[in-house]
Design a protein around this ligand. Structure first.
Ligand SMILES: NC(=O)C1=CN([C@@H]2O[C@H](COP(=O)(O)OP(=O)(O)OC[C@H]3O[C@@H](n4cnc5c(N)ncnc54)[C@H](OP(=O)(O)O)[C@@H]3O)[C@@H](O)[C@H]2O)C=CC1
Ligand SMILES: O=C1O[C@H](COP(=O)(O)O)[C@@H](O)[C@H](O)[C@H]1O
Length: 489
C-alpha cells in the first residue's frame, strides 16, 4: 500500500502549461491523485507558458479542463477547489533569458531548499536544452530536483543525442525521467508479474515452447489535432521506437535481479542491444508501411490521411515490423510489431503463440496454445487450450479459452498511466522511466528502417480507414505460416 500513501510535499513546474497534454492529461492526472489522498495540501503545481495569463485566468482554464476531461463522478466541487488552490501560473518564455524567471524563482523562495522540485517539460523537445540552461542560470536546480521529459526524444539518433546532451549538461542521469506512458499502464507492468510470478508461464517462456509473439497497438482515431506533429513523425517514430519496443523488452528480457530501476533497465537494454539490425536490404522483407485512405469507422465515413492533412505526405500511419531478438532464449522466434491509426478497432495487446503439441494421439495436430495479454481495452489475460470436444463420442479436440479479466476493486476504471508516473517522479522512483542508453539503443535499431523508407526501398502501401491494415502486412506473417490475431468485437 506504500504507493497509495501521500507523497512528500513538492513543487511541480509544468512548462507548456497551456497546451493540450497539460490540459487533457497532466492536470486531470494530478487531480485524481489529490482525490485519492496522495497529494499533500502544501504541494504546489506551477504552470509556465508564454501566454499572458493571471493566476485566476489560468485556474479558470484548469477548471474547464478538469470538467471536460474527467468523468463527472470523480469531480466533487470541494476537491476541485482544493486542487485549484494548489495551482499557480507564471508567464514565461522558457527558452529565453528574461526577468520573467524572477516570478518563478519567487514562488520557490518560500519553500525549503531540500523540497522536491519536478520540472515537467510538456513543450516541443527542441526547447528542452534551453529550458535546462535557464533553470541553471537562474539557480533553480537543486539536489532534489528532477526533470521529466516528454516524448519524442528526438526524431533520430542525432537529434536524440542533442536533446540528451542538452539536458545532461545540467541534470545528472539519475535526475532525468524520460516518460513513456505505456510503462505507466497497469497491464503493461503486468507482463512482469505474469512472467516472473507464475512458474507455469515462466517455464514455457522461450523459443523451446514459443513459436511467435505479436505486439499490436491499433487505434480508430486519426491524427486528431496533432497533424503538424504527426506528419513529421509517423507510426514508427510515434509508437514503435518507444512504446512498442518497451513492451517488447518486457516480454523478451531475462529476469532482472530485482525491481530496482537499474536492474530492470539493464535487462531491457540487453534486449534492445540484441535486436537484429534491420538493413536497407532487409527492410524490404521485414517491414511494411502504409497510409490510410478514406473509409468507414463505427458507421461513419472518415477521410483519408492525405485529405485530412490537405497536402501530399510520405508519412506512414501504419507500420509493421518483423523483429528478431538474437539471444538463445528467442532463437528463431519472430516478434511481429504493428501499429495503426484509423484501424478497425482500438486495441493494444500482446499475443504469444506456443508451439503445438507434437503428438499424433488425437489424429490432427492440436491447436497451438495462445496467450493473449490484453493491454487495453477489456484488460485481461486469455489462454487458449485444447479440450476434448464434448459433443462427440470420438476423441476429437476443440479449443476453449480461459479468460481472466483484470479489474480494479469496485469496478473502478483503470487509472490513467500518467497518474502513477507523475508521482513516481516526486517519489524519485525511475523504474518506469527510460534511461538514456535505452533511447539510443532503440534509435540504433529504428533509424535504418526510417532510412530505408526515406529512400523508398519499401513501397508505401495503402489501407482503407476501418480495415485491419494492408495486405502486405498479412503476407509478412503468412511467410511463417502465421496470421495476425484480430481482437473480436
Ligand atoms: N498532446 C499529447 O497528447 C501528447 C504530447 N506529447 C508531447 O508533449 C509536448 C507538448 O505537446 P502538446 O501539449 O500537444 O503541445 P501544445 O502545442 O498543445 O502545447 C505546447 C505548450 O508549450 C508552450 N510553449 C511553447 N513555447 C514555449 C516557450 N518558449 N516557453 C514556455 N512555454 C512554451 C505553449 O504555450 P504558449 O504558446 O502559451 O507558450 C503550450 O503550453 C510535445 O513534446 C509533444 O510531443 C507527448 C505525448 C502525447
Ligand atoms: O504516444 C502516443 O500514444 C497514443 C496512444 O496511446 P494509448 O494509451 O491510447 O494507446 C497515440 O494516439 C499517439 O499518437 C502517440 O503519440
Amino acid at each position: 500500500m506504500e504507493h497509495f500513501q501521500q507523497v512528500e510535499p513538492f513543487d511541480y513546474v509544468i512548462f507548456g502549461a497551456t497546451g493540450d497534454l497539460t490540459m487533457r492529461k497532466l492536470l486531470p492526472a494530478l487531480y485524481n491523485r489529490l482525490r485519492l489522498g496522495q497529494i499533500p495540501d502544501d504541494a504546489c503545481i506551477i504552470g509556465a507558458a508564454r501566454t499572458e495569463l493571471s493566476r485566476e485566468a489560468y485556474v479558470a482554464r484548469a477548471r474547464e479542463a478538469l470538467e471536460r476531461f474527467l468523468p463527472s463522478d470523480v469531480l466533487s466541487p470541494g476537491l476541485v477547489d482544493r486542487f485549484l488552490a494548489r495551482l499557480d501560473y507564471v508567464t514565461l518564455d522558457s527558452s529565453r533569458e528574461s526577468t520573467q524567471w524572477d516570478s518563478l524563482t519567487s514562488l520557490f523562495a518560500k519553500a525549503q531548499p531540500d523540497r522536491v522540485r519536478v520540472f515537467y517539460f510538456a513543450t516541443a523537445p527542441q526547447l528542452y536544452g534551453s529550458i535546462c540552461e535557464n533553470l541553471h542560470r537562474y539557480g533553480l536546480i537543486t539536489a532534489s530536483s528532477r526533470v521529466v521529459l516528454e516524448k519524442p526524444i528526438g526524431t533520430d539518433m542525432a537529434t536524440a543525442t542533442a536533446i540528451n546532451d542538452g539536458v545532461g549538461q545540467y541534470f545528472p542521469e539519475k535526475q532525468i525521467y524520460r516518460i513513456d506512458h505505456y510503462l505507466g499502464k497497469e497491464t503493461v507492468q503486468n507482463v512482469l508479474a505474469l512472467r516472473f510470478a507464475n512458474p507455469l508461464i515462466n517455464a514455457a517462456w522461450s523459443a523451446e515452447h514459443i513459436e511467435s509473439v505479436q505486439i499490436t497497438a491499433a487505434e480508430t482515431v486519426g491524427v486528431e489535432g496533432r497533424a503538424a506533429y504527426y506528419d513529421t513523425s509517423g507510426a514508427l517514430r510515434d509508437m514503435i521506437q518507444n512504446h512498442l519496443l518497451q513492451v517488447l523488452c518486457l516480454v523478451a528480457m531475462e529476469a532482472p535481479d530485482s525491481l530496482e530501476a537499474d536492474a530492470v533497465r539493464n535487462a531491457k537494454l540487453a534486449v534492445l542491444n540484441a535486436l537484429r539490425p534491420i538493413t536497407e536490404a532487409s527492410a524490404a522483407t521485414e517491414t511494411v508501411r502504409a497510409q490510410y485512405t478514406a473509409g468507414v469507422i463505427g458507421g461513419e465515413n472518415v477521410p483519408g490521411y492525405l485529405e485530412e492533412l490537405g497536402q501530399p505526405s510520405t508519412t506512414e500511419t501504419y507500420a509493421a515490423v518483423r523483429a528478431w531478438v538474437d539471444t538463445p532464449r528467442w532463437k528463431n522466434v519472430p516478434f511481429y510489431i504493428r501499429t495503426a491509426k484509423r484501424s478497425a478497432r482500438k486495441v493494444s495487446e500482446i499475443v504469444v503463440t506456443f508451439r503445438p503439441a507434437a503428438t499424433t494421439m488425437f489424429g490432427a495436430t492440436p491447436a497451438s496454445n495462445r496467450l493473449v495479454l490484453r493491454i487495453q481495452p477489456n484488460e485481461g489475460v486469455e489462454l487458449r487450450l485444447n479440450v476434448k470436444n464434448p459433443a462427440l463420442d470420438v476423441f476429437n479436440l476443440h479449443t476453449a479459452d480461459l479468460d481472466a479479466s483484470i479489474r480494479m476493486e469496485g469496478g473502478m476504471p483503470f487509472p490513467d498511466s500518467y497518474e502513477r508516473l507523475l508521482l513516481d517522479a516526486v517519489r524519485g522512483d525511475p523504474v518506469l522511466f527510460i534511461r538514456r542508453d535505452e533511447v539510443e539503443a532503440a534509435w540504433r535499431w529504428a533509424e535504418p528502417v526510417l532510412d530505408a523508407w526515406k529512400h523508398n526501398t519499401v513501397p508505401m502501401q495503402t489501407y482503407s480507414a476501418g480495415s485491419y491494415g494492408p495486405e502486405q502486412a498479412t503476407r509478412l506473417l503468412a511467410e511463417h505460416g502465421d496470421t495476425w490475431h484480430e481482437a473480436s468485437e
